[in-house]
Design a protein around this ligand. Structure first.
Ligand code: NAD
Length: 248
């Protein structure tokens, strides 16, 4: 009998953490990938970065804020590979800096649409095939911002707290279907999100991490664990990988 291959969908695969996740998971045995992002060039570059690594890699464009588009990505995976074992919801945006009275409804709407509804849409779409299989692992990228308070970052902190809570609710709703749902809460690693920050601001953030700033490669082990059978008794958890940021 041939060994069943593992099928992984990554939403928000075109960014810094997405790229590191693509490289990590493509390097693991018997794994095929469907990579998705709203940025076509970025997701194609992520796929090209692992050409020849052994995994079959497909790409699909989607805005995570639109349920039908996320469902189309999942459908693509199931039609192409026959199943869906792991879905990583990794798309996210940082709203512009501002205290609450200086932010607009549009600032909040965008953060809720992409960070919260993007993750809700990911769960909604993934549980269809996973329930039929009776197995699956859903991994939501949250943030330490969802468990600690940052001034001037209300939409980001509030929406990432929502992602952590979504992982818990979905974990209890789908455990009986054999589906595990967990969140990963990274501390700061420099990425596309920080391109506007001054060196002084980066130094200030780094000083709050006892182990210093991380890199996306410091995070992939947690995802690899949650995507594997080694985490078979882990669900509803928020795994913190933050260089000690949230410890004090
Ligand atoms: N960089 C950090 O310090 C940090 C810390 C904690 C959590 N995170 C989270 O990690 C995840 C990845 O972020 P990153 O730091 O690699 O940033 P990034 O900007 O490099 O990547 C974000 C990706 O999300 C995609 N995206 C944005 N809106 C989308 C949409 N509507 N639909 C589909 N894709 C969309 C972008 O195109 C990009 O490829 C995010 O969820 C972010 O909130 C980042």
């Amino acid at each position: 009998m041939t060994e069943q291959r593992r099928v992984v969908v990554i939403l928000g695969a075109g960014g810094t953490l997405g790229g590191a996740l693509v490289r990590k998971l493509a390097s693991e045995p018997d794994t095929d990938l469907v990579l998705s992002d709203v940025n076509d060039a970025a997701v194609k570059a992520a796929a090209e970065s692992v050409a020849g690594a052994g995994a079959t890699v497909e790409t699909a464009l989607a805005d995570v804020g639109e349920l039908e588009q996320v469902e189309a990505v999942v459908r693509h995976a199931v039609e192409r590979f026959g199943r869906l074992d792991v879905l990583i919801s990794n798309a996210g945006v940082l709203a512009q800096n501002g205290r609450i009275h200086n932010l607009t409804t549009a600032d909040w709407d965008r953060s809720f649409r992409i960070n919260v509804m993007g993750a809700v849409n990911a769960v909604h779409a993934a549980v269809g095939p996973m329930r039929k299989q009776g197995s699956g692992s859903i991994i939501l990228t949250a943030s330490v911002a969802g468990m600690t308070a940052w001034s001037h970052s209300g939409p980001y902190c509030v929406t990432k707290a929502g992602v952590i809570q979504l992982a818990k609710v979905a974990a209890v709703e789908y455990a009986r279907d054999g589906i595990r749902v967990n969140a990963v809460c990274p501390g700061t690693f420099l990425s596309g999100m920080h391109k506007e920050l001054s060196e002084a601001a980066v130094d200030a953030i780094a000083s709050k991490h006892p182990l210093g700033l991380g890199s996306a490669d410091d995070l992939v082990g947690a995802y690899s664990y949650l995507a594997s059978d080694a985490s078979r008794w882990t669900t509803g958890s928020a795994i913190v990988v933050d260089g000690g940021y949230a410890a004090p």
